[in-house]
Write a protein that binds this ligand. Structure first.
Ligand SMILES: *Cc1c(COP(=O)(O)O)cnc(C)c1O
Length: 421
C-alpha cells in the first residue's frame, strides 16, 4: 500500500511513478525540483495559453485580490463577472447573448445539457430529452458528460448501464480541407438518425472541428455548417463544446467561426482562464433564454455552482482576452500551425499510423498503445513535457512558444519514432 495522500487522475495508482515535481514555472518552462527545466508542450491540459506567470495576468490577480477574491453570484453583482459576460457576448458568434458561469468545463457541459433538455420541457415538448453525440467525443468526466462521451472508447464504458442512453453517430471522416463527397457521407449518417428519432432528441453536442481527448479527430468546417442546417431542419438544438477548441486552438478564436455558425449553446472552459484557475461559461442565444423567461417559477433554470462568476477567475479571463486580442494571438497561432505543418506533416515512418495538424495542435497517431510506453520519460530527458495517451503523441503548446522551442518539441516527438521503439 502506498502512503496516504493524493489520488492521481487517470492512473492505476499501483503502477504510478511520480518523478516530476514542479517548483515553479515561467513562460513555456516548468522548473522541476530536481533542477531540470521542461518545455510544457501541452499547456497543462491545453489551458495555459499565455504560458506560466504572465506578468499582466499575475497583476490582474493581485489587483482583484485587493478588492474581493470571491463573492457569491446568488443575488450579488460583481464587476469582473459583469464585464466578462459582456466581453464574451461581444467576441463569440453573433446571437450568443446570455452567459451562465460554471467552475469547470465538465460543469459547463452539464449546464448546457440541462439547459437543452429544459428548453424543450418549458416549450411543452418534454419527450425531446435525449442527446446526440459523436463517437470519439470527449465532453468531461461527470455523469451527464460521461453519457455523451464515446460509449466504448471513451474511458467510461464501465458506466454504460447507469448513464442516460444517448444517440451516437460516427465521428466525421471528412478531413479539415477534404472532399465534399466525404462530408456528404458523414452528413447522411447524421440525417438518417435525426430523421428516425428527432421527436426524442433535444440537442446534438459536438466538439467543433477538433475532437480532442477522444482521439484528435480533425474534420471539415463544411460538416459543421451542414450540421447547423440539419439541426434547424429537425428542430434539434446545436451545442458546441468549445472547452478545448475555444480561444484559438484550431486557428480561429472559436472553431465555430470557421463554419460561420452560431450554435444554440456554446461551452467555454480551459483557455478561458488561461490555466490560472478553473472556470467555464455556457453561452445561450435569445431563443434559448426566452424559453426560461416567463411568469412561471418552474421555468427558471435551477442551477448555481458555488464559485460561478468568481471575481478572480473573471478578472483573469478578461485580461487574458485583452492580451490575446492586443497581441494578435491568431497570428502567433498561424505561425505555430505553419511550423507544425512544415516539420510534422512532412515526416513519414511506417511505425506511424497518421499525422495531423490543425491550428496550434499537432498529433502523431501510432498503431498500438504500447508504441508509446516510455515516451513521456524519454521526452522529459530531452527537456520536453509531453503526456501521450492511448495511441496519441501530441503537442498543444502555449501560444507564446518561440520557433526554436517549438522545433525542439517537434524534434523530440520525431526522435521517439526514429530511435525508441
Ligand atoms: C477538458 C474538456 C472538458 C472538461 O473540462 P474540465 O475542466 O476538465 O471539467 C469538456 N469538454 C471538452 C471538449 C474538454 O476538452
Amino acid at each position: 500500500m502506498k502512503k496516504a495522500g493524493i489520488w492521481y487522475p487517470y492512473a492505476q495508482m499501483k503502477n504510478l511513478e511520480l518523478n516530476y515535481k514542479v517548483e515553479s514555472a515561467k513562460g513555456v518552462y516548468l522548473q522541476l525540483s530536481n533542477g531540470q527545466r521542461l518545455i510544457d508542450a501541452i499547456s497543462s491540459w491545453w489551458a495555459v495559453i499565455h504560458g506560466y506567470g504572465h506578468p499582466e495576468l499575475d497583476q490582474a490577480v493581485t489587483e482583484q485580490l485587493k478588492r474581493v477574491a470571491h463573492v457569491m453570484l446568488g443575488g450579488l453583482v460583481n464587476e469582473p463577472a459583469e464585464r466578462l459576460a459582456q466581453k464574451l457576448v461581444e467576441i463569440t458568434p453573433p446571437g450568443l447573448n446570455h452567459v451562465f458561469f460554471g467552475d469547470s468545463g465538465s460543469v459547463g457541459v452539464e449546464i448546457a445539457l440541462k439547459m437543452a433538455v429544459q428548453y424543450w420541457f418549458n416549450q411543452g415538448v418534454p419527450q425531446k430529452s435525449r442527446m446526440v453525440a459523436l463517437r470519439k467525443a470527449y465532453h468531461g468526466d461527470t455523469t451527464g458528460c460521461m453519457s455523451v462521451c464515446d460509449p466504448e472508447d471513451g474511458m467510461h464504458a464501465l458506466f454504460q448501464d447507469i448513464l442516460r442512453k444517448q444517440f451516437f453517430v460516427d465521428a466525421p471522416n471528412c478531413a479539415p480541407d477534404g472532399k465534399t463527397d466525404d462530408v456528404e457521407a458523414d452528413v447522411r449518417k447524421l440525417e438518417s438518425l435525426f430523421q428516425a428519432h428527432h421527436q426524442e432528441i433535444a440537442g446534438f453536442i459536438l466538439e467543433p472541428l477538433l475532437q480532442a481527448a477522444g482521439g484528435f479527430n480533425m474534420y471539415s468546417p463544411v460538416y459543421l455548417k451542414k450540421v447547423r442546417a440539419l439541426c434547424d431542419k429537425y428542430q434539434i438544438l446545436l451545442l458546441c463544446d468549445e472547452v478545448a477548441t475555444g480561444f484559438g486552438r484550431t486557428g480561429s478564436l472559436f472553431a465555430s467561426n470557421q463554419a460561420d455558425i452560431t450554435p444554440d449553446i456554446m461551452i467555454l472552459g480551459k483557455g478561458l482562464t488561461a490555466g490560472y484557475m478553473g472556470h467555464s461559461a455556457t453561452l445561450a442565444t435569445d431563443k434559448i433564454f426566452e424559453a426560461f423567461y416567463s411568469d412561471r417559477p418552474e421555468h427558471a433554470f435551477m442551477h448555481g455552482p458555488t464559485f460561478m462568476g468568481n471575481p478572480l477567475a473573471c478578472a483573469i479571463a478578461l485580461k487574458s482576452i485583452e492580451v490575446f486580442q492586443r497581441e494578435d494571438y491568431l497570428k502567433k497561432i498561424k505561425v505555430i500551425e505553419n511550423i507544425l505543418k512544415t516539420h510534422l506533416l512532412s515526416f513519414h515512418s511506417e511505425k506511424v499510423k497518421a499525422i495531423r495538424v490543425l491550428g496550434a495542435t499537432g498529433v502523431i497517431e501510432f498503431f498500438h498503445k504500447k508504441d508509446l510506453k516510455g515516451a513521456q520519460d524519454f521526452a522529459a530527458k530531452q527537456g520536453v513535457w509531453l503526456r501521450p495517451f492511448n495511441t496519441y503523441l501530441y503537442t498543444m503548446p502555449p501560444y507564446i512558444i518561440s520557433e526554436e522551442e517549438l522545433l525542439k518539441v517537434i524534434e523530440v516527438m520525431k526522435l521517439w519514432v526514429l530511435t525508441q521503439y
